[in-house]
Structures are given as C-alpha cells and as structure tokens.
Design a binder for this molecule. Sequence first.
Ligand SMILES: Nc1nc2c(c(=O)[nH]1)N[C@H]1C(S)=C(S)[C@@H](COP(=O)(O)O)O[C@H]1N2
Ligand SMILES: [Mo]
Length: 426
Amino acid sequence: MPKSTHNPSFTDWHKTVPESTRRDFLAKVGKTALLTSLGMFGAGCEAVDRGLLDRGLIPVVLEDPQAAGLPKPDMFVHSEIPFNGEFAPHLLNDNVTPTERHFVRNNSGIPERAINKDLRGWKLVIEGEVHKELALSMDDLLRFPQVTMEVVLECAGNGRSLFVPEVSGTPWQRGAVACSEWTGVRLRDVLQAAGVKSSAVYTGNYGEDLPNDGSEPFSRGIPIKKAMDEHTLIALKMNGEVLPAAHGFPARLIVPGCIGSAMQKWLNRIWVRDKVHDSEKMSGYSYRVPAYPIAPGDTPPVEDMRIATAWQVKSLITQPQSSVEFSTDTAIKVRGHAWAGENQIDKVAVSTDFGLQWQETQLIQPSNRYAWSHWETELTLVNRGYYEIWARAYDDTGTAQPFTQPWNPKGYLGNVIHKIPVSVVA
Ligand SMILES: Nc1nc2c(c(=O)[nH]1)N[C@H]1C(S)=C(S)[C@@H](COP(=O)(O)O)O[C@H]1N2
Ligand SMILES: [Mo]
C-alpha cells in the first residue's frame, strides 16, 4: 500500500478497539513482537484488511492527524497520511516562529505515546561505540543541564516546487522552514556520560514512528563531530512547552544548520556507529545531492551522490504578502528573515526592477548563533504597474543566493532568491 494513500478500513478499524485492549496488548508483547508479526504478513495494513491479524494487534503509530491537533489553522496541507503541511511566507513574519505556525513533515504516522503524552516505558537508549550503554528516562534527562536556543529548522525539500524540470516528492513551496525556541540537553553531555569510543564516526538516530507497511523506519544520522558540538540538542521543549505530538514528544534532536531530516523526532535510540550510518534514508538518492553541478534533468551515478548536510545562504520575504496592491508613492514596508546553515548572514538586498538595481536592507542580528536574522527596509514605487520584490541574502563567506535554482534529482537544498509579485494601482 503506498504510504500516502488513506485507507479508511484500516483507520476505522483501530478506532473500534477499546483503549485498554490496545494498551494491554502492547504491554504484553511489546514492539518487537508486533513488528515481527507485521513483517510476517509483509504489509500491516493489508493484513488487517484481510482479517489476518488478532483483534488486539494494532500498530504503534496512529494515522489520525486530528488526534495530534493537525492540521494547524491556516496550514497548507500537502498530505494527511503521512501528515505534511506548511505555511505561506506572510504567516511566518514572527521573529520566533510560534508552534502553531511551524510546518510539519512526517514520513509515517505519529506514535500513540506522543498523542497521549504518555511517558510510561519510554527510554532513550544510547548504544554502539560507547563504553557504557545508557537507557535514560525523562527524569534522567532532566538531570543534565538544560539549554535554550532559537534554531532554524528547514526541510531539505523546502522549495522543491521551484525546481525545473519538476522533481518527485512533497512539492514544498517556501514554508517548510521555521525558527522556534528549543530547550533540552546537549547531545554531547549525554554522549559523554556514555563514554564515546575513539572508533565513533557517526550516529544512527531512531524514533518511535514505525511505518505500518513494514518498510524500514525513518532513520538518519550525523557525523560524530556535529553530535559533539555544543549547539546540538536533545530537545524536550518547543517554545517553552513540552514537545507537541507532531513535533516529536517526548524528545527530538535539534541539529543547528543541518537539514531537518537530521532532527529525529520521537527519539528513542542513538546508535553510535564506527562508520557512516547506512540506513535507507542515508543511501542511494535519499537526502543526497550530486558531488558536482549537473545539468537540469540529469541524474548522476549513485556513487557521485553525497550526503546533504548544511543549508546554504537563504532568505524569505514575509512582508508584504504576495499579490498585494499598493497605490503610487506610498512607503511599502518590506521585511523578512535570512539564514545560512553553518555560516552567518552578512547582508540582504532587495530589488524591484528584476535585479538591475539593489537596495541594501537593515539587518537585525539573530538572537543566538543558528537562529535566523531579520531584515527590513522601505520601498516607494512611483509608477503604476506590475512589480516583483526580490530579496537576496549574502553570507559571511561572500556567497549569495542564486538567481536560478541549481538542479538535483530530488529537489533538495533549494535556495533560489525569493520573489514577491505586487502591483501598484493609481
Ligand atoms: N522520527 C522521525 N523524525 C523526523 C521525521 C520523521 O518522519 N520521523 N521527519 C524529519 C524531517 S524530513 C524533517 S524536515 C523534520 C520536520 O520537523 P517538524 O515536523 O517538527 O517540522 O523532522 C525530521 N525528523
Ligand atoms: Mo525534511
């Protein structure tokens, strides 16, 4: 069954099982037995449809976005199952993105534990290339120093809809990006408590959102150097509240500067590895980009693909809203954010004549490293007609956003300049 297909018989079926039965069953057999059974039938949903499974046997993820408060108001929904939704740029004007405006990107369902805010039996396991394996409870994690940071979180596929020729995958526009405030413990502190061996190369991160169709769970990893960086967090709170179900309750990774897929939600296991993590989502064309520039539409051989890690310089116009009408000679306030992965923003310039002339904007520094910067300026358009407001950010290495989108087969890391159409009427 394709993961994006809504299967009413399956969804309705799990709702008819009383809560107590479902819990008892899970407590009795645990996840491993459950997965083994699903694996035996190949695809869980099909097995349920054909009446092959015990009535007590249910998946640990619920494919019911409403239970997790989704969709959020004003959200542009790409898919319900798995749930994917973003916001229009003008709704992302806040310096710190409120939780109700943070995009959601799921590869499978949302764990039942997250929906019920249920910590029973939850542990974060640290294993692999460590001297001492750990299985930490929430109380254990809360004993580590707690750190708070604003961090840009952006899906690697943000801007995919702007790729020409078109690429497959969720057609994100501009809104699969946000900068919320995250609180939690440094991953480094936890790894140091486990004693990282000198053989450690990479992490393999796992979460509780196990796909119902028997496919490999979503798992990605980060280089050990990034894992040991003081800014990399195991986040327990978002904007001062316990993590919402959709954003990874009870714990998720926050890996500043990196693409969003590195930020494992519903985190329950970190496998410290002696080689680059080789899960499905680290391999082939998944979250990987060509090692060299390619012609639009070309697909390089798989051995020429490299893991996508950091974002490049980028900006977003959050004000004015696209397609607004102004009258001649009024001051138009233009505003937005800019960010640059591992680098810092140096300046942002805007143009209203298709790039012939540029006006530098006033830059407002980020709250902390890895938060986005803000920029603003005023424009006056003296003639009637159609205009585009273009914004172009430059980072501290002198790199600027491209005018046309460099192409890669899966539409990752899109950072072409942002353009807003406006018109001036008499
Ligand atoms: N366990 C788990 N973690 C995950 C994902 C997922 O599907 N499962 N999606 C990843 C991707 S691709 C992105 S872009 C971010 C999105 O985070 P958000 O939904 O909080 O915005 O979570 C990442 N972490
Ligand atoms: Mo993503």
